[in-house]
Write a protein that binds this ligand. Structure first.
Ligand SMILES: Cc1cc2nc3c(=O)[nH]c(=O)nc-3n(C[C@H](O)[C@H](O)[C@H](O)COP(=O)(O)OP(=O)(O)OC[C@H]3O[C@@H](n4cnc5c(N)ncnc54)[C@H](O)[C@@H]3O)c2cc1C
Length: 362
C-alpha cells in the first residue's frame, strides 16, 4: 500500500511530470499491479490495483499524474501483455513496468475523435518494414513518452504499432495543451514516412479496432480509482468549510441547501467507488467489462462534474480564487466527460448493448 510520497518531486513542467511519473513507478511500484509475476508484475488483483490507485490519488491530489499513469497502463502496458508475442513481452514489459519507458496510445486524429471509423493514419507494408503516415492529436504523455501504441489502417483495417520517439519520421510534439489535468503532458504525433520494423506490429493485422476498444474499456473502468481518491479529500475540505463558515447566524452546513449538496456529493463519490470496484470484481473473475466500463465512465464523469460544481458553490467566492484546487478540478471533470470516449458515446454503447440506439435497424 502506498503511504509515503514525501519525496515526490514538485509539479511544474514536462520534466517534473516525467520525474513524478518515474517516482511513482520506482518508489511506489504503481505500474506492476494486476500484472502476473512472470512478467515482472505484483501478481495481485484488479481489486488491489483499485486500492493502490485510490491511495495514490488521495496522497498526490494530482489528476494529471493519474491520467498519465492510466494512459501508460491501459494504452500500452496491457495491450502488450494481452496481445504481444512472447519476444515483445520480454522486450517491452520490464522497462514499461519499471517506468524506464513511458508510454501511451495514439488513437485520436484531427478529424476523428469519437468516430473510430474516420481514422486516416495509414501503415503500408514494404519489403522490410511498415511505413506510417498520419497526424494524431491530443495524445496524453506524448512530450514525455518513449513509445506510443499508434493505431493505423493497414490494408484498410486498423492495426496497432509500437512507435518510438526516436524512430525516423516520428515527431512527438509538446502541443497542444488543454486546460485540464494540467500536470499530465499532451501533444500531437506527426508520422511522415515513419519506418518501423515488422516486430513492432502489436497484435494481429486488422485487430486494431478490437484492441483500441479493449484499451478504452480498461481506462473507462479504472481511471476513476485514482480520481475518487482525489475527490475524497475535496469532500473533506467542503465538510470542514461548512462546519466553520457562518451565514445568517448558522454554520453553512446547518442550511439544508448546503447539507443536501454535501450528502449528494458523498453519494456520488461512493457510487463511483462501487462502480470501479464492480469493474475490478468482473476483471478478477475474467468477465467482460464492456457494459460495466461504459456505465462506470458515464456515471463517474457526470457525477464528478456535479461534485465539483457543488463543491465550488459551497466554497463561494473563496472557491473561485485563482489556482484554487477545487476550481481546477472542474476543468478535470469536464475533460473526464471526453477522454476515453465521451458521455454521449458511453450512452451509445450502453444502448447498443441493450439492442437499441444509434445504428439500430429493424
Ligand atoms: C485530457 C484529454 C486526454 C486525452 N488523451 C488521449 C489519448 O491519450 N489518446 C487519444 O487517442 N486521445 C486522447 N484524447 C482525445 C479524446 O479521446 C477525444 O477528445 C474523444 O474521443 C472525443 O473526441 P473529440 O474531442 O474529437 O470530439 P468529437 O468526436 O468531435 O465529438 C464532439 C461532441 O460530439 C459528440 N458526439 C460525437 N459523436 C457522437 C455520436 N455518434 N452520438 C452522440 N454524440 C456524439 C461527442 O460526445 C462530443 O460531445 C484526450 C482528450 C482529452 C480531453
Amino acid at each position: 500500500m502506498i503511504n509515503d510520497l514525501n519525496q515526490l518531486p514538485p509539479a511544474g513542467n514536462k520534466y517534473a511530470s516525467k520525474l513524478r511519473f518515474r517516482h511513482c513507478a520506482q518508489e511506489q511500484q504503481i505500474l506492476r499491479y494486476a500484472i502476473p509475476t512472470e512478467y515482472c508484475g505484483h501478481g495481485n488483483t484488479f481489486h488491489d490495483l483499485v486500492e493502490a490507485h485510490q491511495a495514490l490519488g488521495k496522497l498526490t491530489q494530482d489528476s494529471g499524474l493519474i491520467l498519465s499513469i492510466n494512459a501508460h497502463l491501459w494504452g500500452c502496458v496491457f495491450p502488450v501483455l494481452l496481445y504481444g508475442t512472447e519476444p515483445q513481452k520480454e522486450e517491452w514489459l520490464p522497462d514499461l513496468l519499471s517506468g524506464d519507458l513511458i508510454a501511451g496510445h495514439a488513437i485520436t486524429e484531427t478529424q476523428a475523435g469519437s468516430d473510430l471509423s474516420a481514422l486516416e493514419t495509414t501503415a503500408t507494408q514494404t519489403k522490410d518494414s511498415f511505413v506510417l503516415n498520419g497526424y494524431k492529436r491530443f495524445i496524453t504523455n506524448t512530450p514525455i513518452a518513449d513509445v506510443l501504441v499508434v493505431y493505423a489502417l493497414l490494408e484498410g483495417e486498423l492495426s496497432a504499432f509500437l512507435v518510438k520517439k526516436d524512430d525516423i519520421g516520428a515527431n512527438f510534439r509538446d502541443k497542444p495543451h488543454v486546460d485540464s489535468c494540467v500536470t499530465a503532458t499532451m501533444g500531437d504525433v506527426i508520422l511522415l514516412g515513419c519506418s518501423i520494423p515488422f516486430d513492432r506490429r502489436l497484435g494481429s493485422a486488422g485487430a486494431g479496432k478490437m484492441m483500441a476498444q479493449t484499451a478504452l474499456e480498461f481506462e473507462r473502468a479504472f481511471i476513476f480509482a485514482g480520481i475518487s481518491g482525489i475527490m475524497g479529500s475535496h469532500l473533506t475540505t467542503v465538510i470542514n468549510y461548512s462546519r466553520e463558515r457562518q451565514a445568517d447566524g448558522a454554520y453553512l452546513g446547518a442550511h439544508q441547501g448546503v447539507s443536501h449538496k454535501i450528502a449528494e456529493m458523498k453519494v456520488g463519490l461512493d457510487t463511483i467507488r462501487l462502480w470501479v470496484n464492480e469493474c475490478a470484481r468482473l476483471k478478477d473473475h475474467n468477465k467482460r467489462i464492456t457494459l460495466a466500463s461504459a456505465q462506470t465512465k458515464l456515471f463517474a464523469s457526470e457525477a464528478f462534474l456535479q461534485f465539483c460544481l457543488d463543491a465550488v458553490q459551497i466554497l463561494g467566492a473563496n472557491g473561485m480564487i485563482t489556482n484554487n484546487p477545487t476550481l481546477a478540478l472542474v476543468h478535470d471533470a469536464l475533460a473526464s466527460r471526453l477522454f476515453a470516449g465521451s458521455s454521449e458515446i458511453q450512452k451509445n454503447i450502453i444502448a447498443a448493448l441493450l439492442g437499441t440506439g444509434e445504428g439500430f435497424k429493424r
